[in-house]
Design a protein. Structure first.
Length: 329
Protein backbone atom coordinates (compact mmCIF):
# COMPACT_ATOMS: atom_id res chain seq x y z
CA UNK A 1 0.00 0.00 0.00
CA UNK A 2 1.28 3.46 -0.89
CA UNK A 3 2.75 5.41 2.02
CA UNK A 4 0.51 8.45 1.32
CA UNK A 5 -2.56 6.23 1.51
CA UNK A 6 -1.37 4.88 4.85
CA UNK A 7 -0.89 8.40 6.12
CA UNK A 8 -4.36 9.38 4.95
CA UNK A 9 -5.86 6.37 6.74
CA UNK A 10 -3.91 7.20 9.89
CA UNK A 11 -5.06 10.81 9.88
CA UNK A 12 -8.64 9.81 9.13
CA UNK A 13 -8.55 7.34 12.02
CA UNK A 14 -7.19 9.95 14.40
CA UNK A 15 -9.84 12.46 13.34
CA UNK A 16 -12.55 9.84 13.77
CA UNK A 17 -11.22 8.97 17.20
CA UNK A 18 -11.11 12.61 18.19
CA UNK A 19 -14.60 13.09 16.84
CA UNK A 20 -15.91 10.17 18.83
CA UNK A 21 -14.15 11.49 21.91
CA UNK A 22 -15.64 14.95 21.47
CA UNK A 23 -19.06 13.44 20.85
CA UNK A 24 -18.74 11.33 23.98
CA UNK A 25 -17.74 14.43 25.95
CA UNK A 26 -20.73 16.37 24.64
CA UNK A 27 -23.05 13.48 25.43
CA UNK A 28 -21.68 13.22 28.96
CA UNK A 29 -22.17 16.96 29.50
CA UNK A 30 -25.76 16.73 28.29
CA UNK A 31 -26.50 13.77 30.54
CA UNK A 32 -24.92 15.43 33.60
CA UNK A 33 -27.32 17.01 36.08
CA UNK A 34 -27.41 20.07 38.31
CA UNK A 35 -28.30 19.20 41.89
CA UNK A 36 -30.51 21.55 43.92
CA UNK A 37 -30.80 21.17 47.69
CA UNK A 38 -33.04 23.53 49.72
CA UNK A 39 -31.71 24.32 53.20
CA UNK A 40 -34.76 25.23 55.25
CA UNK A 41 -35.52 25.40 58.94
CA UNK A 42 -37.28 22.02 59.21
CA UNK A 43 -36.28 18.72 57.61
CA UNK A 44 -38.45 17.63 54.72
CA UNK A 45 -40.71 20.70 54.82
CA UNK A 46 -41.14 24.03 53.02
CA UNK A 47 -41.44 26.55 55.84
CA UNK A 48 -42.17 30.22 56.38
CA UNK A 49 -38.66 31.70 56.24
CA UNK A 50 -36.99 29.21 53.90
CA UNK A 51 -34.83 30.96 51.32
CA UNK A 52 -31.48 29.13 51.08
CA UNK A 53 -30.60 26.66 48.34
CA UNK A 54 -27.38 24.97 47.25
CA UNK A 55 -26.79 24.37 43.54
CA UNK A 56 -24.12 21.87 42.52
CA UNK A 57 -22.71 21.94 39.00
CA UNK A 58 -21.80 18.62 37.36
CA UNK A 59 -18.15 19.69 37.72
CA UNK A 60 -18.55 19.88 41.52
CA UNK A 61 -18.80 23.67 41.93
CA UNK A 62 -21.23 24.41 44.77
CA UNK A 63 -23.23 27.64 45.00
CA UNK A 64 -25.13 28.86 48.06
CA UNK A 65 -28.02 31.16 47.16
CA UNK A 66 -29.45 33.55 49.79
CA UNK A 67 -28.21 31.85 52.96
CA UNK A 68 -30.68 33.84 55.07
CA UNK A 69 -31.60 32.61 58.53
CA UNK A 70 -32.13 28.89 57.96
CA UNK A 71 -28.48 27.85 57.58
CA UNK A 72 -26.85 27.12 60.94
CA UNK A 73 -23.69 29.05 60.13
CA UNK A 74 -20.51 27.66 58.53
CA UNK A 75 -20.70 24.46 60.56
CA UNK A 76 -24.12 23.45 59.25
CA UNK A 77 -23.41 19.88 58.08
CA UNK A 78 -25.75 20.31 55.12
CA UNK A 79 -23.46 22.90 53.52
CA UNK A 80 -20.42 20.84 52.66
CA UNK A 81 -17.93 22.68 50.48
CA UNK A 82 -19.17 26.03 49.18
CA UNK A 83 -17.37 27.77 46.32
CA UNK A 84 -19.71 30.67 45.54
CA UNK A 85 -22.24 32.63 47.59
CA UNK A 86 -24.99 34.67 45.91
CA UNK A 87 -27.06 37.37 47.65
CA UNK A 88 -30.09 38.85 45.93
CA UNK A 89 -30.43 41.77 48.36
CA UNK A 90 -29.55 42.93 51.85
CA UNK A 91 -32.73 42.19 53.81
CA UNK A 92 -32.11 40.11 56.92
CA UNK A 93 -34.11 37.10 55.76
CA UNK A 94 -31.83 36.79 52.71
CA UNK A 95 -28.37 37.90 53.86
CA UNK A 96 -28.87 36.54 57.38
CA UNK A 97 -29.10 38.95 60.30
CA UNK A 98 -29.70 36.00 62.62
CA UNK A 99 -29.91 32.26 62.17
CA UNK A 100 -31.06 28.92 63.51
CA UNK A 101 -28.95 27.21 66.14
CA UNK A 102 -30.21 23.79 65.09
CA UNK A 103 -32.72 22.24 62.74
CA UNK A 104 -36.39 21.79 63.59
CA UNK A 105 -36.44 24.37 66.42
CA UNK A 106 -39.76 26.12 66.79
CA UNK A 107 -42.53 25.42 64.32
CA UNK A 108 -42.56 25.45 60.52
CA UNK A 109 -44.67 28.60 60.65
CA UNK A 110 -42.52 30.25 63.31
CA UNK A 111 -38.94 28.93 63.31
CA UNK A 112 -36.52 29.96 66.03
CA UNK A 113 -33.51 32.13 65.10
CA UNK A 114 -31.70 32.69 68.41
CA UNK A 115 -28.20 33.34 67.03
CA UNK A 116 -27.41 36.94 66.06
CA UNK A 117 -24.99 37.29 63.14
CA UNK A 118 -24.77 41.09 62.88
CA UNK A 119 -22.84 43.08 61.99
CA UNK A 120 -21.00 40.38 60.03
CA UNK A 121 -24.11 38.57 58.63
CA UNK A 122 -24.60 34.84 58.18
CA UNK A 123 -23.52 35.19 54.55
CA UNK A 124 -20.10 36.63 55.41
CA UNK A 125 -19.46 34.18 58.23
CA UNK A 126 -20.14 31.28 55.87
CA UNK A 127 -18.13 32.72 52.97
CA UNK A 128 -15.15 33.55 55.18
CA UNK A 129 -15.06 30.10 56.74
CA UNK A 130 -15.52 28.28 53.44
CA UNK A 131 -13.16 30.47 51.39
CA UNK A 132 -16.05 31.13 49.02
CA UNK A 133 -16.40 33.95 46.50
CA UNK A 134 -19.37 36.26 47.11
CA UNK A 135 -20.78 37.37 43.75
CA UNK A 136 -23.26 40.25 43.83
CA UNK A 137 -24.37 43.24 41.77
CA UNK A 138 -25.32 46.84 42.50
CA UNK A 139 -23.37 48.46 45.36
CA UNK A 140 -23.21 45.29 47.44
CA UNK A 141 -19.67 44.07 46.57
CA UNK A 142 -17.90 46.87 48.44
CA UNK A 143 -20.02 46.20 51.55
CA UNK A 144 -19.17 42.50 51.48
CA UNK A 145 -15.48 43.23 50.81
CA UNK A 146 -15.32 45.26 54.00
CA UNK A 147 -17.10 42.57 55.99
CA UNK A 148 -14.79 39.85 54.65
CA UNK A 149 -11.74 41.89 55.57
CA UNK A 150 -13.12 42.47 59.07
CA UNK A 151 -13.57 38.70 59.39
CA UNK A 152 -9.93 38.11 58.47
CA UNK A 153 -10.74 36.89 54.96
CA UNK A 154 -9.66 38.19 51.55
CA UNK A 155 -11.68 41.27 50.54
CA UNK A 156 -10.97 40.36 46.91
CA UNK A 157 -13.30 37.38 47.29
CA UNK A 158 -16.22 39.80 46.97
CA UNK A 159 -16.77 40.20 43.23
CA UNK A 160 -19.08 42.31 41.10
CA UNK A 161 -21.30 41.40 38.18
CA UNK A 162 -23.79 43.98 36.92
CA UNK A 163 -26.80 43.82 34.60
CA UNK A 164 -25.92 42.88 31.04
CA UNK A 165 -22.56 41.33 31.93
CA UNK A 166 -21.45 37.97 33.24
CA UNK A 167 -18.71 36.48 35.37
CA UNK A 168 -17.64 32.85 35.19
CA UNK A 169 -16.60 31.26 38.49
CA UNK A 170 -15.87 27.57 38.81
CA UNK A 171 -17.22 26.89 35.34
CA UNK A 172 -20.61 28.51 36.04
CA UNK A 173 -21.53 31.71 34.21
CA UNK A 174 -23.28 34.20 36.52
CA UNK A 175 -25.17 37.34 35.61
CA UNK A 176 -27.48 39.61 37.56
CA UNK A 177 -30.88 40.66 36.22
CA UNK A 178 -33.25 43.39 37.44
CA UNK A 179 -35.62 42.86 40.33
CA UNK A 180 -38.24 45.25 41.68
CA UNK A 181 -37.91 45.43 45.45
CA UNK A 182 -35.94 47.44 48.04
CA UNK A 183 -32.34 46.89 49.13
CA UNK A 184 -31.57 48.75 52.33
CA UNK A 185 -28.77 47.83 54.73
CA UNK A 186 -29.98 47.93 58.34
CA UNK A 187 -28.09 49.81 61.01
CA UNK A 188 -27.44 46.54 62.83
CA UNK A 189 -25.42 45.31 59.84
CA UNK A 190 -23.39 48.53 59.82
CA UNK A 191 -22.78 48.46 63.55
CA UNK A 192 -21.24 51.06 65.83
CA UNK A 193 -22.51 54.55 66.49
CA UNK A 194 -23.46 55.15 62.86
CA UNK A 195 -25.56 52.03 62.75
CA UNK A 196 -27.32 52.96 65.98
CA UNK A 197 -28.03 56.47 64.71
CA UNK A 198 -29.54 55.06 61.52
CA UNK A 199 -31.76 52.65 63.45
CA UNK A 200 -32.88 55.46 65.76
CA UNK A 201 -33.79 57.55 62.73
CA UNK A 202 -35.58 54.69 61.02
CA UNK A 203 -33.21 54.79 58.05
CA UNK A 204 -31.33 52.18 56.04
CA UNK A 205 -28.21 52.57 53.91
CA UNK A 206 -28.46 52.37 50.14
CA UNK A 207 -27.01 49.24 48.56
CA UNK A 208 -28.14 49.82 44.99
CA UNK A 209 -31.05 48.05 43.32
CA UNK A 210 -31.85 44.46 44.28
CA UNK A 211 -31.08 41.73 41.78
CA UNK A 212 -32.07 38.38 40.48
CA UNK A 213 -29.59 35.99 38.91
CA UNK A 214 -29.25 33.87 35.79
CA UNK A 215 -26.85 30.94 36.09
CA UNK A 216 -25.57 28.90 33.16
CA UNK A 217 -24.17 25.58 34.31
CA UNK A 218 -21.57 23.46 32.55
CA UNK A 219 -24.17 20.98 31.27
CA UNK A 220 -26.03 23.82 29.53
CA UNK A 221 -28.84 24.23 32.08
CA UNK A 222 -29.88 27.88 32.48
CA UNK A 223 -31.53 28.80 35.80
CA UNK A 224 -33.33 32.01 36.80
CA UNK A 225 -33.27 33.00 40.47
CA UNK A 226 -35.85 35.73 41.00
CA UNK A 227 -34.66 37.06 44.36
CA UNK A 228 -37.45 39.23 45.78
CA UNK A 229 -39.30 40.95 42.99
CA UNK A 230 -42.60 42.04 41.57
CA UNK A 231 -43.58 41.49 37.96
CA UNK A 232 -41.19 43.29 35.60
CA UNK A 233 -40.88 43.82 31.86
CA UNK A 234 -37.33 42.48 32.14
CA UNK A 235 -38.71 39.07 33.07
CA UNK A 236 -40.09 38.97 29.54
CA UNK A 237 -37.36 40.71 27.52
CA UNK A 238 -34.16 39.95 29.44
CA UNK A 239 -34.87 36.74 31.33
CA UNK A 240 -37.37 35.06 29.04
CA UNK A 241 -36.21 36.13 25.59
CA UNK A 242 -32.49 36.67 26.05
CA UNK A 243 -31.46 33.97 28.54
CA UNK A 244 -34.36 31.53 28.06
CA UNK A 245 -33.96 29.65 31.37
CA UNK A 246 -35.28 26.11 31.64
CA UNK A 247 -35.55 26.18 35.45
CA UNK A 248 -36.77 29.06 37.61
CA UNK A 249 -36.80 29.68 41.36
CA UNK A 250 -39.69 32.09 41.85
CA UNK A 251 -40.84 34.04 44.91
CA UNK A 252 -44.56 33.68 45.64
CA UNK A 253 -45.00 35.27 49.09
CA UNK A 254 -47.37 38.16 48.28
CA UNK A 255 -47.35 41.66 49.90
CA UNK A 256 -43.54 41.85 49.88
CA UNK A 257 -43.06 40.16 46.48
CA UNK A 258 -45.22 38.68 43.75
CA UNK A 259 -48.20 36.75 45.05
CA UNK A 260 -49.03 33.27 43.79
CA UNK A 261 -51.23 34.49 40.93
CA UNK A 262 -48.72 37.10 39.79
CA UNK A 263 -45.87 34.61 40.08
CA UNK A 264 -47.79 32.09 37.97
CA UNK A 265 -48.32 34.79 35.33
CA UNK A 266 -44.57 35.46 35.24
CA UNK A 267 -43.83 31.76 34.83
CA UNK A 268 -46.60 30.93 32.36
CA UNK A 269 -46.55 34.03 30.15
CA UNK A 270 -43.13 35.70 30.46
CA UNK A 271 -40.35 33.26 31.30
CA UNK A 272 -41.90 29.95 30.22
CA UNK A 273 -39.34 27.56 31.74
CA UNK A 274 -39.70 23.79 31.75
CA UNK A 275 -39.91 23.72 35.55
CA UNK A 276 -40.22 26.02 38.55
CA UNK A 277 -39.37 25.80 42.24
CA UNK A 278 -41.52 28.13 44.39
CA UNK A 279 -39.68 30.12 47.04
CA UNK A 280 -40.25 32.79 49.70
CA UNK A 281 -43.77 31.57 50.49
CA UNK A 282 -43.86 33.23 53.93
CA UNK A 283 -46.05 30.44 55.27
CA UNK A 284 -45.81 26.87 56.55
CA UNK A 285 -46.44 25.53 53.07
CA UNK A 286 -46.20 21.82 53.73
CA UNK A 287 -47.00 19.23 56.36
CA UNK A 288 -45.35 15.84 56.22
CA UNK A 289 -43.74 16.93 52.96
CA UNK A 290 -47.08 17.50 51.20
CA UNK A 291 -48.50 20.91 50.29
CA UNK A 292 -51.17 22.18 52.65
CA UNK A 293 -54.59 23.03 51.22
CA UNK A 294 -55.48 26.72 51.08
CA UNK A 295 -51.88 27.95 51.09
CA UNK A 296 -50.29 30.38 48.66
CA UNK A 297 -48.08 27.51 47.58
CA UNK A 298 -51.09 25.37 46.70
CA UNK A 299 -52.59 28.29 44.75
CA UNK A 300 -49.37 28.79 42.81
CA UNK A 301 -48.99 25.10 42.03
CA UNK A 302 -52.56 24.94 40.72
CA UNK A 303 -52.00 28.01 38.50
CA UNK A 304 -48.59 27.02 37.16
CA UNK A 305 -48.63 25.44 33.72
CA UNK A 306 -45.14 23.99 34.06
CA UNK A 307 -43.74 21.26 36.28
CA UNK A 308 -43.63 22.63 39.83
CA UNK A 309 -41.33 21.13 42.46
CA UNK A 310 -41.58 21.81 46.18
CA UNK A 311 -38.31 22.89 47.86
CA UNK A 312 -38.41 20.41 50.74
CA UNK A 313 -35.53 21.10 53.08
CA UNK A 314 -32.65 18.65 52.75
CA UNK A 315 -34.15 16.84 49.74
CA UNK A 316 -31.87 17.01 46.71
CA UNK A 317 -33.40 17.34 43.24
CA UNK A 318 -31.43 16.73 40.03
CA UNK A 319 -32.18 18.58 36.77
CA UNK A 320 -30.92 17.86 33.28
CA UNK A 321 -29.95 20.55 30.77
CA UNK A 322 -33.58 20.89 29.59
CA UNK A 323 -34.89 21.66 33.08
CA UNK A 324 -36.48 18.26 33.59
CA UNK A 325 -36.18 16.85 37.09
CA UNK A 326 -34.70 13.37 36.75
CA UNK A 327 -34.29 12.51 40.43
CA UNK A 328 -35.55 13.62 43.85
CA UNK A 329 -38.77 15.28 42.74
Amino acid sequence: MHIKHLVRLSVAGAVAALGLGAFAGMAAAQEATVKVTPLGSHDGEFCALDRAMVFEDPNGTRILYDAGRTVAGPDDPRLGEIDIVLVSHMHGDHVGDRRIAELNAGSCGSPEFPVSTVPATNTVQIAAAKGATIVTGSEMPKFFAGKLAAAGADAGMSQLVRFGASRTVGGVAITTVPATHSNGVSGAMIGGELGQMMDDAGLTAYAGPPTGYVLTFSNGLVVYLSGDTGTTAEQDVVVGRQYQPKLAVMNIGDTYTTGPGEAAFVINQLIKPAAVIPSHANEPATEGGSVRDGTRTATFMAASKVATHLPLSGRTMAFDRTGVCVAGC
